[in-house]
Design a protein around this ligand. Structure first.
Ligand code: GLN
Length: 184
């Protein structure tokens, strides 16, 4: 059972991918949802400042942070990656569970959005970048993908982040998350 943080942003696309893989999921919208039994959590893309503020307003920030710190398998895409990063260059508050440094809107705003294909863990996959952040430093973890030398996917123990949106075009990264982190 995978929980999908559904406060703002592109969460429904993650549900479609999991549905197609016959993996059960539920939406996390309020504090009590965090008490449901889950074997992993997905933090979607959207606006990291808004999601962070909603987590605080709904008293979900600390409980979610604790679960991730305690080893809950976690997968953050784009804004979700910003939320997991320990260091956000503009000081945006984050859960700060993953030892990476990240820069928001690193490719400019809407005009800087682009689509490409590149290697993720030895497989060429489609990658959609939408006002994407850039991982500027990996203090701990494994780099799983780069695009033109930019780091776009990192795994660190129970956590996986991509600066692109895999849920729009491929189920490969979700399968990777399920196979290598959720079921480890
Ligand atoms: N630009 C957004 C932010 O800084 C992230 C964009 C996205 O998730 N597609 O939060």
């Amino acid at each position: 059972m995978i929980g999908i943080l559904a406060l703002q942003g592109a969460f429904i696309e993650h549900k479609y991918i999991l549905d197609n893989l016959s993996v059960e999921s539920f939406e996390i919208r309020k504090l009590s949802d965090l008490n449901k039994k889950m074997s992993g959590v997905i933090l979607p893309g959207g606006e990291s400042t808004t999601i962070g503020k909603l987590l605080l307003d709904l008293n979900m920030f600390i409980p979610l942070q604790d679960k991730i710190k305690n080893g809950l398998p976690s997968f953050g895409t784009c804004a979700g990656a910003i939320l997991l990063a320990k260091y956000v260059e503009d000081g945006t508050p984050s859960l700060a569970t993953m030892d990476i440094k990240i820069k928001r809107n690193a490719y400019g705003r809407q005009l800087g959005s682009f689509f490409t294909k590149d290697k993720f863990d030895d497989e060429i996959i489609p990658m959609s970048f939408i006002r994407a952040p850039l991982i500027t430093e990996v203090v701990a973890g494994n780099i799983l993908a780069t695009v033109n030398d930019d780091i776009v996917a990192v795994k660190q123990n129970n956590q996986l982040v991509t600066t692109f949106h895999p849920e729009l075009k491929t189920d490969f990264v979700h399968k990777y998350f399920l196979n290598t982190i959720v079921q480890r």
